[in-house]
Design a protein. Sequence first.
Length: 133
Amino acid sequence: MNKRMNWGACAALIFSLILTVGSRTFLGACAHEDGSFGACHWANQAMFGLGILLSAQSLAALPARDERIRMGLLIAEAMTAVLGMFIPGTLISLCKMPSMVCLSTMKPAMLILCAVILLATLAGILQARKRAK
């Protein structure tokens, strides 16, 4: 086992990739029959971009040799995950019907994934802080 491996950053990367792929596949907003886009589509697009950013931040934190740099990257990722919690439904409105996919599936799944990413990055920050001392 690699003693320099940060397991929080690894877990954050896995869940960030799930968020990114899921926003395009099984966690995405519903498609309108007439081809138009609702607000939920744009919330989904924002979550896809956020997933790419979270994945890139995790990837950047993994090979960092200096634990202080890794902590800084993970702190930035934690703040990005908090932002992701507010995108669907707060910063970008969703449909008003509770039976729609955006409210019944996308919003709770994105909220849970961002919360798990936040917890993983916090664990990574604690691990990096312990090693930095």
